[in-house]
Structures are given as structure tokens and as C-alpha cells.
Write a protein that binds this ligand. Structure first.
Ligand code: FE2
Ligand code: FE2
Length: 318
């Protein structure tokens, strides 16, 4: 006989972080369809073929990673929830991952021809280094023996692997180009920042329940895994960015964010890179808020649904 099925009670919260995260995520809800991407067409037409190729293909890569998060990631994490409210938060995250994945298609539809779009998807569905990282994380998501490794995978994906792709729109934003495309990326980035912090927090709770030896095993595995992913990322970045000469700067940005991923997981940094090493134009792009969005109007830059700001560590001082 199965146990009684329980209704979720939001008036009885065992972990206030669940409620705070739910509120944060729901108040920053957005949709790609509200951003006037076509306003970027004149900037787009000024880019040469190599730079257009980079934009299209990094977005192809990001589409694949957001697809993985929406189709496998959150479902995998849902198997190890600690509270019913965590399940609700993961439901929100899962839907937003679908919005993220779809946003890139909205960008392609506006900037690229049907033939170019087909080529981008053929590329992301087959590119060696992109597929390597995706498959490694997919495999961990489907290994129910190691719930903590799933959480590490999710945080590495969200807080580290996305950033080689985010570099391009942030770079253009810093040069006052492709502002509406960048606006979408900033909304995605703002979501990923909450996702990475939240999953990292749940990881740290579970970690505390392990013995010292078990904790050390997870730590060793985590640092090795990050190193493997970085090794692959180096090859991916060179393949995508060498043609425009940005590879070194992108890798600095990736290492800086890899450290942030470790921080979300309660670990010390692995790379020497700090904020000061990252291209200041990109750092500028990342630190500006998103434009005000008027939800009920497609005129102007999107919509307003409560005033929201980027998540930072102090949001978790409850
Ligand atoms: Fe996402
Ligand atoms: Fe995410």
C-alpha cells in the first residue's frame, strides 16, 4: 500500500531558500517574443561573414545546452529533492530552460536565412567538442547512483559552460551593438545566475550530510571533472573563436566563471583568473541591468513585471 499522497503546503516552508528562490524566479519571468530583435538587423548587416558565423554558432551551442537542461537536467534533479517546494522551483527552472532554448530560435529567425539555420542545427547536433560536453553531462544526469554528481554537473553547465557562448553577445553589447540580442542573453544570464546559486546551495546541504571521506571523494571527482570539461572547452573555444582572434579572451572569461561555479558549490577557486583579468568591455556588459520591460507593450525594449535585479550572494542571507 503506498503512503498517503501529500498536497504541497506553501504555508509550511521547511527551507526559506525555496520560497525566496520561487519569488525571485517568478518575478523575473520573461518571454523571448517580447524583445524586438529585428531592431538589431542594421548592426547585423554590418558584421563580416566570420563574425556572423561566430554569433550563429555560439548560439547553436547554447541552444544545445539549454535543451539538455530543459529535457534532462531538471528531471534528473527532481529525483533527489529535499522538500516539495524544491520540486516547484525545479518546475519553474525547467520551463524557463525551454524559454531559453527557444529564444535562440527567435534570434535565428530574425537574423539568419532558413539555409543558415539548418546548417547551425546540423553543426550543433554533430560538433565534436560541443557533443562531448553535452554527452558527459547527459550521462551524469542519468546516473541515479550519484545525486551529488548531478548537481555538480548542473552547476558546471550553468555557471561555467554557458559563458564561452555568452562572451559574444556581451562583447557586442559593450560595443553598443546587437543590443536586443544582448538583452535576451542578459535575461538568460540572470536566470542562470539564480539557477546556479540555488542548485549549488542544495548541493552544499547534501554535502554536509556526508562523512569526511565521502566529501573528499566528491571534491576530488569534482575538480577532475572540471579540469576535463575545461580541457574540452579549450578545444571548443579555439574551434569557434580562432577565426576572429578572441579565443584567449573567451578562455579567460570561461576560467573566471569556472571559479564562480566552484564558489556556488562551496569550493575554493581552481584558476588564478579574477574579474580584473576579464575584458572590461565584457565585464561592463555583464554588470549593466536589463532594460525595463513593459509586459503589455511590445513597443520599446520588452516588459516590466516588478523591478528585478541580478541575484547576488546576499540574496541568500536569510
Ligand atoms: Fe538556461
Ligand atoms: Fe539554467
Amino acid at each position: 500500500m503506498m503512503d498517503n499522497y501529500k498536497a504541497i503546503n506553501w504555508n509550511q516552508i521547511s527551507d526559506q531558500i525555496d520560497k525566496a528562490t520561487w519569488e525571485k524566479l517568478t518575478e523575473q519571468f520573461w518571454l523571448d517574443t517580447r524583445i524586438p530583435i529585428s531592431n538589431d538587423l542594421s548592426d547585423w548587416r554590418e558584421l563580416d561573414e566570420d563574425h556572423r558565423w561566430v554569433v550563429g554558432h555560439v548560439f547553436g551551442g547554447l541552444t544545445l545546452l539549454d535543451t539538455l537542461q530543459s529535457q534532462d537536467g531538471m528531471a534528473a534533479l527532481r529525483k533527489d529533492i529535499r522538500t516539495p517546494h524544491e520540486n516547484a522551483v525545479l518546475n519553474n527552472i525547467q520551463f524557463m530552460e525551454s524559454v531559453h532554448a527557444k529564444s535562440y530560435s527567435s534570434i535565428f529567425e530574425t537574423l539568419n536565412t532558413p539555409t543558415e539555420i539548418d546548417e547551425i542545427f546540423d553543426w550543433s547536433d554533430s560538433e565534436e567538442f560541443l557533443q562531448t560536453k553535452t554527452k558527459r553531462i547527459y550521462t551524469l544526469y542519468h546516473d541515479d547512483e550519484h545525486p551529488l554528481k548531478k548537481k555538480v554537473s548542473s552547476v558546471f553547465l550553468e555557471t561555467f559552460l554557458f559563458y564561452s557562448g555568452f562572451f559574444t553577445p556581451l562583447y557586442y553589447l559593450g560595443h553598443n551593438k546587437l543590443n536586443n540580442v544582448a538583452e535576451i542573453i542578459k535575461l538568460i544570464l540572470r536566470d542562470e545566475s539564480v539557477h546556479g546559486t540555488y542548485i549549488g546551495y542544495k548541493f552544499q546541504l547534501a554535502m554536509k550530510e556526508l562523512s569526511d571521506n565521502e566529501q573528499q571523494d566528491i571534491k576530488d571527482w569534482m575538480f577532475n571533472f572540471l579540469y576535463d570539461l575545461y580541457d574540452n572547452e579549450e578545444q571548443y573555444v579555439h574551434k569557434v573563436y580562432d577565426q576572429v582572434g578572441w579565443s584567449d579572451e573567451v578562455l579567460t572569461f570561461s576560467r573566471y566563471n569556472a571559479n564562480k561555479a566552484l564558489m556556488n558549490l562551496g569550493q575554493d577557486p581552481m584558476f588564478p583568473d579574477t574579474e580584473a583579468d576579464v575584458n572590461p568591455i565584457v565585464m561592463n556588459g555583464i554588470s549593466t541591468g536589463t532594460s525595463n520591460h513593459d509586459f503589455f507593450s511590445q513597443v520599446g525594449n520588452g516588459y516590466r513585471l516588478g523591478n528585478v535585479e541580478s541575484m547576488n550572494d546576499s540574496d541568500y542571507d536569510i
